[in-house]
Design a protein around this ligand. Structure first.
Ligand SMILES: *Cc1c(COP(=O)(O)O)cnc(C)c1O
Length: 424
């Protein structure tokens, strides 16, 4: 469909912000409706047997498409206009060839891992990871014969080489899965270095892939494909959805790398629903506005927290010092610091609990990236399932608070935080 949409004016390419309201859709397809209808249907009719046969041939790849032939709609587990148009729009921010929409971020991550990992394969992954990803990697992948190797913050290339050389999986490195910045600590990992590691450790007969969970900064403030990643993964529940009213996920990359994941998604049925697809498109229209405002707000809130005597070990990308190696990486890899802040409240677990209990405007809830600001305590909430020694190693202490800054008036946010800190 996207081939039919003119994304230029006077030969000049329009930016994603401008294209989010119309890209991939023409009102004349739907009685002139300005907005895309919700195609709330499980199945699509074929005009005749030959057409149905052709659509299936193209879907299964048993025939190649003729010039200009796009395939057809078959069944909403395989394709649906709300998903296809959403996917076309999602490709724009990261300049990807193809995107897939999923029913959740975890559906996107698990379908991606299951598409590529086989017994004997080695997976190198950054740590800490989002709680659900961590449980999948630690609890499920070993039962499928996949060996995981952990890349901890600050590890050198040489240390990672040793770990990979010692790793048991006899099929060799298949994938590097990165979360950068890491949740909840904001540690950055070097995507270009990951690309080199993947290339240097790829077995002769195949190329190891680099996948990046870009939920914290994407799709505006970090573009992993530019730095050599093959796949970008999102929990679209967060910034992309942005209103705390839907659960969705996405995976982006080249058509070639995405193809096996698209096939696996059909088998697992992990695609998003038409209604979710429609809601995410609604959200994409304001994505840039929201992320700009959230980042501005976060900078103000972080500065306030940084100067507050009851706050310590504040971690925010906008506060990195010039001499810090993480600062160099930030400059190379990120475009803005985003809106995720973590910090410890002086006085331990009880003080952190009193702080979050005393907030009025800011809600105590997991999730992030939404219009409203949210706080949570990772050690006892999102990262409950991470082993205690791991939590300690990564600084996920019981007094660590994670704050996702929303679009509210920043003066009100600072007022609320300041009052709650008085109660600590
Ligand atoms: C929330 C989150 C996920 C999981 O996404 P869901 O949409 O909740 O399934 C994965 N990675 C990161 C970094 C997240 O924050």
């Amino acid at each position: 469909m996207r081939e039919e949409y003119d994304d230029t004016v006077a030969g000049k390419q329009l930016s994603p912000e401008s294209l989010m309201m119309g890209y991939g859709y023409r009102p004349e397809w739907s009685e002139g409706a300005l907005k895309i209808p919700i195609f709330q249907t499980s199945t699509f009719t074929f005009r005749n047997a030959a057409e149905g046969k052709r659509y299936f041939e193209l879907a299964h790849g048993t025939a190649d498409a003729e010039d200009g032939e796009t395939g057809g709609l078959i069944y909403s587990r395989m394709n649906n206009p709300d998903l296809e148009i959403l996917e076309d729009r999602l490709t724009l921010w990261d300049d990807a060839e193809r995107a897939l929409a999923f029913s959740s971020g975890m559906a996107a991550i698990s379908t991606t891992l299951l598409s590529y990992l086989r017994p004997g394969d080695v997976l190198l992954h950054t740590a800490p990871l989002y709680g659900g990803t961590d449980e999948l990697v630690r609890g499920i992948l070993p039962t499928l014969g996949v060996t995981s190797v952990e890349w901890e913050p600050g590890m050198s290339r040489a240390q990672i080489d040793v770990l990979l050389d010692e790793a048991e999986g006899d099929a060799g490195l298949r994938m590097i899965f990165m979360e950068t910045p890491a949740n909840p600590t904001n540690d950055l990992f070097d995507i270009e270095m990951a690309r080199q590691i993947a290339d240097d450790h790829s077995p002769e007969d195949r190329r190891a892939l680099v996948a990046v969970d870009n939920t914290f900064l994407g799709p505006l403030w970090q573009h992993p494909l530019v730095h050599g990643a093959d796949l970008v993964v999102y929990s679209a529940t967060k910034y992309i959805g942005g209103h705390s009213d839907l659960i969705a996920g996405a995976v982006l990359g080249s058509a070639e790398v995405i193809a096996p994941i698209a096939g696996m998604r059909v088998l697992l049925g992990s695609m998003a629903s038409p209604w979710t697809g429609w809601l995410v498109m609604r959200s994409l229209e304001t994505l840039s506005l929201r992320m700009h405002r959230q980042t501005q707000n976060a900078q103000r809130v972080a500065t306030f927290l940084d100067e507050h005597p009851k706050v310590r070990r504040i971690s925010y990308l906008g506060l990195l010092d010039a001499g810090d190696p993480q600062h160099d990486l930030y400059k190379r890899q990120c475009l803005a610091p985003g809106a995720m802040i973590s910090f410890e409240v002086e006085g331990g677990e009880d003080a952190a609990a009193r702080f979050v209990d005393s907030l009025s405007l800011i809600h105590l809830a997991v999730s992030l990236g939404s219009t409203e600001s949210l706080v949570e305590i990772p050690a006892t909430m999102t990262h409950m399932g991470v082993p205690a020694d791991e939590k300690e190693k990564f600084g996920v202490t019981p007094s660590l608070v994670r704050l996702s800054v929303g679009v509210e008036n920043p003066d009100d946010l600072i007022l609320d935080i300041g009052e709650a800190l008085k109660a600590v």
